[in-house]
Design a protein around this ligand. Structure first.
Ligand SMILES: Nc1ncnc2c1ncn2[C@@H]1O[C@H](COP(=O)(O)OP(=O)(O)OP(=O)(O)O)[C@@H](O)[C@H]1O
Ligand SMILES: [Mg+2]
Length: 299
């Protein structure tokens, strides 16, 4: 990774002095402080905000997140090392697996915030159970849990599908067998993008020299095109959901992705092109959304 591609405020010299895995967890990029959690302890604790050590089953008690226990029992996961990021809808932890480091995305209790204005993405998606459908629409506890399970299963499906199509997304580490994906519940386990020195930065967080910015933009348009070609619209496509790793763009955050036959697919694709262009302006790229859309649709 070139120094130019480091996130703003990332201390490259310090990271270089900290090459070991153990030290990874002391870097600024991983939140190990957790003061905010203890203040919340008396309130109803959103599930995704559990401390990393609380995620692993304790010797005598019931596991706090049964899915994590299941992943461990089945040999998918060896341990959780720390919290990587707490996003709007999920908390992402750093995990250890037999195949290397993993990102462990736990869809948090969706009572915390409204979830990606999800009605729009849900529209036309088959749930197959009117009671579950109603519970989700009403945002009852059951509905929120069902919704979290659906988002996780959908993210797995998209990761498998896009990887098979050659799109650069993190490798899913559970599946493609759907019964294993169902057992993993609201936990998406995928390969960690990054290395011992820290996670790959988002394109929103790096400063790039002009030629690299152009390559990143072209790569991002190429990925949008490849997705459209296999009938997928990301539906939240911007530099906030694109990682920059070793000179390539890695597309993340797929629970809201829709099929091309979704009734709003075209509209969402248009919005993706617009937010891609808008967020790339910080890198000095001036591109017209209509032109991007034309390129994507032409394949
Ligand atoms: N496979 C991965 N490797 C490294 N980092 C990852 C990976 N997956 C997610 N992350 C980090 O975790 C953050 C949150 O992940 P993601 O965007 O999938 O969830 P989110 O809940 O939608 O978050 P947000 O609200 O910030 O968009 C990402 O911005 C990225 O920094
Ligand atoms: Mg995101």
């Amino acid at each position: 990774m070139s120094t130019d591609a480091l996130p703003v405020g990332f201390d490259a010299a310090r990271v270089r002095r900290r090459p070991t895995l153990k030290r990874l967890f002391d870097t600024d990029s991983i939140d190990t402080s957790h003061e905010t959690f203890s203040r919340r302890r008396d309130r109803r604790k959103p599930r995704g905000r559990l401390r990393p050590d609380e995620l692993m089953p304790d010797r005598d008690g019931a596991p706090p997140v049964p899915e994590i226990a299941w992943l461990q029992e089945r040999g998918y996961l060896d341990g959780i090392e720390g919290e990587l990021k707490s996003g709007k809808e999920a908390t992402v932890y750093l995990g250890r697996t037999r195949v290397g480091l993993a990102a462990v995305k736990v869809f948090r209790d969706l009572a915390v915030r409204s979830f990606k204005n999800d009605g729009r993405y849900r529209a036309g998606r088959f749930i197959g159970d009117a009671r579950v459908e109603r519970a989700i629409a009403n945002r009852s506890a059951t509905g929120r849990r069902a919704q979290a399970l659906l988002w996780a299963a959908h993210e797995y499906a998209m990761l498998w599908r896009l990887r098979a199509a050659g799109v650069n997304v993190p490798e899913p580490l559970v599946g493609p067998d759907t019964s294993d994906i169902a057992q993993a519940g609201e936990v998406v386990l995928m390969r960690f993008v990054g290395d011992e020195a820290g996670p790959a930065p988002r394109l929103a967080d790096v400063r790039l020299p002009p030629d690299e910015a152009r390559r990143a933009f072209d790569d991002a348009v190429h990925a949008l095109t490849a997705m459209w070609r296999v009938g997928v619209v990301h539906a939240d496509y911007s530099t906030y959901n694109l990682l920059w790793w070793r000179g390539s763009v890695v597309v993340i955050d797929l629970p809201q992705a829709v099929d091309a036959d979704h009734r709003e697919a075209r509209e969402l694709l248009k919005r993706d092109a617009a937010s891609l262009c808008a967020t790339f302006r910080q890198h000095g790229i001036e591109a017209a959304p209509d032109e991007v859309l034309r390129v994507v649709v032409a394949g």
